[in-house]
Design a binder for this molecule. Structure first.
Ligand code: SF4
Ligand code: SF4
Length: 287
């Protein structure tokens, strides 16, 4: 079962939920759960675990390389590239590697077979374990703009897992391409929000992407329950979105997290809540 944890906005507690679910699953499953940190621009879930990294490799985008012995400067490659990542100017072909999405279209249309691929390194994939949770993350290199290829490499390397295993994905916040890539192979998405007007606004955007467009079943965790108002709950009821849990506004949680202590280590009384979330999601997936 692959469970993605997402949120329409940053700072809602998405990583806290993802790490807590992985730790809870580690205490109840015979097989170690796998936590995949797909928030590649800011992969911080590993900070709450004591990870011993045992693997790592560079990853990136397949960008075109032009053989000028063969090129006739016909311009077909430039015409087909919707990203404007390759341009033909007189007797020059310019490749803008940071704009290239690695789609391969330019190579396909080149009539001279003058285009081959080369890897433009944009990030790394790293994996390890903390003893009870297996962990892997993608890390986008500083200065790189495209998170999707790194997320895609991470997921290709670690999915699918054997039947019966539990995989938790910590996706990036928001509703843009990296989130679509991170949650797209999940059986279920947990949307973490807070009971405020901002939380509701961004929850609606996340539901639009995850439920209405990707058609992935989803449920909601309301974090910092007790602040704000009841509008998020009313929205969930109206949209038939299950509220999987409410995590109270508890100052001790912020204190634990500020010290890098995982929630379930610092406040073990929350363990049952996360085990209940896991069994509720399993029931939803198996329906
Ligand atoms: S399509 Fe091929 S031959 Fe034409 S300009 Fe591009 S690389 Fe050169
Ligand atoms: S691989 Fe795709 S995105 Fe990159 S230059 Fe070629 S056509 Fe453009």
């Amino acid at each position: 079962m692959v469970i993605a944890v997402a949120s329409g906005k940053g700072g809602t507690g998405k990583t806290t939920v993802a790490v807590s679910l992985a730790i809870a699953a580690g205490t109840e499953c015979s097989e170690k759960p796998l936590l995949l940190d797909c928030d590649v621009e800011e992969p911080n879930s590993g900070l709450f675990l004591d990870i011993d990294y045992t693997s790592g490799r560079d990853t990136g985008v397949q960008v075109p390389e032009v053989d000028f012995e063969k090129c006739t400067y016909c311009g077909r490659c430039s015409e087909v590239c919707v990203w404007h990542a390759i341009a033909v100017a007189g007797k020059k072909v310019l490749v803008f590697r940071d704009l290239c999405h690695g789609c391969g279209s330019c190579g396909l249309v080149c009539p001279e077979g003058a285009i081959s691929d080369t890897v433009h390194v944009t990030g790394r994939i790293e994996g390890g374990t903390d003893g009870s949770v297996n962990f892997a993350r993608g890390v986008l290199n500083v200065g790189q703009a495209m998170a999707v290829p790194v997320i895609s490499s991470l997921l290709n390397e670690y999915l699918p897992q054997p039947e019966g295993s539990t995989v938790i994905i910590d996706s990036s916040p928001g509703t843009s391409c990296p989130v679509v890539e991170a949650v797209g192979r999940s059986d279920y998405v947990i949307l973490v929000t807070e009971p405020t007007p901002f939380g509701l606004h961004d929850l609606k955007a996340a539901v639009d992407v995850v439920v209405d467009q990707l058609h992935i079943p989803a449920g909601v965790i309301i974090n910092r329950d007790g602040i704000g108002n009841k509008d998020v709950e009313m929205y969930c009821h109206a949209e038939n979105l299950p509220i999987l849990a409410k995590i109270p506004m508890d100052r001790r949680i912020a204190e634990m997290l500020s010290e890098g202590i995982p929630l379930l280590t610092g406040l073990p009384e929350y363990r049952e809540l996360f085990l209940d979330i896991l069994s509720a999601v399993r029931e939803e997936v198996e329906q």
